[in-house]
Design a protein around this ligand. Structure first.
Ligand SMILES: [Zn+2]
Ligand SMILES: [Zn+2]
Length: 285
């Protein structure tokens, strides 16, 4: 492994899965969603072109699968122009070091995520006491120590543009993580939401396993700022997206998406915010 890149000291394989694991869906001709265990990665770009980008980097020890998925879609030895991170949680950067070593491409993230990606600061501990099911209970084993990408990581441009994704803009959607971003394309109102909201109740093992579709706020055990999380969902709903892909769960389209977002905002405190947990502000209830 490169001397200048390291995972956190608590980095490890996480034994969890879903029926969607290993599967891929072409959501749009240039937007491919592939599930690694319980998290989605996105390949943005037309299959016949060699101009594409990877959004997020999967679970720990999934690099080989991500590389083979990429080569299946874009051809042997293909490599993205860059990797864009919606945020730096372990399930979105799990294979990033092997991918950077293999592809030698730059990684971009919001400047407020930099401390977690350059070895300076750990994320707050996941909260296993949060209201929710088995996945919340197992969250203490989730890595939260910072990884260090050294000089392989760069800050997203401040003008909202996304390197190598000319039609997309990044939107700051904090709450789940301080520097969380979502990516939006005005032309067809396509949204890559990351974990700003998700379409599966990520806390419940059974729902994760079966990927029962249900709009939800960000995964609870890692979300620390619920007020900001709600504002972020409002910001995304105001864009009136026609399709959304999320960090967890299936993609959602059209009316189902707009109605679900409306419902999530209207009932955010009961749908998204847990009734109890160490990051729950009592004043919100
Ligand atoms: Zn996350
Ligand atoms: Zn996630």
């Amino acid at each position: 492994m490169d001397q200048d890149m390291n995972y956190g000291s608590d980095y490890k394989y996480i034994p969890t899965t879903s029926i969607q694991s290993g599967m891929g869906i072409e959501v749009l001709p240039d937007l491919y969603c592939h599930t690694v265990q319980i998290v989605n990665i996105h390949l943005v770009g037309k299959p016949e072109s060699n101009e594409f980008v990877l959004v997020d980097a999967g679970m720990p020890h999934s690099a080989e699968k991500i590389i083979s998925t990429t080569e299946e879609r874009f051809g042997e030895n293909s490599r993205p122009k860059a990797i864009i991170l919606t945020h730096g949680h372990f399930d979105h950067v799990g294979a990033i070091i092997e991918l950077v070593e293999h592809w030698q491409v730059p990684v971009y993230a919001h400047e407020l995520e930099m401390p977690f990606l350059t070895g300076q600061k750990a994320y707050p501990e996941p909260d296993p006491t949060v209201e929710g099911g088995m996945v919340s209970k197992m969250s203490p084993i989730f890595p939260n120590e910072p990884i260090d990408l050294g000089n392989h990581i760069e800050t997203l441009p401040s003008d909202g543009s996304v390197p190598h994704m000319p039609e997309f803009k990044w939107i700051h959607t904090p709450g789940h993580a301080p520097g969380h971003v979502s990516l939006f394309r005005e032309k067809d109102r396509a949204l890559i939401a990351g974990d700003a909201f998700v379409t599966v109740k990520q806390e419940y093992l059974y729902k994760v396993l079966t990927q029962e579709q249900e709009i939800s706020g960000p995964p609870r055990y890692l979300t620390t700022d619920w007020k900001a999380a709600k504002e972020s969902v409002k910001k995304l709903a105001a864009l009136n997206p026609s399709v959304a892909v999320t960090g967890h769960g299936f993609s959602m389209f059209g009316e189902e998406l707009s109605e679900s977002l409306e419902k999530l905002i209207l009932h955010f405190d009961s749908i998204a915010v847990p009734d109890y947990g160490k990051y729950v502000d009592k004043n919100l209830h």
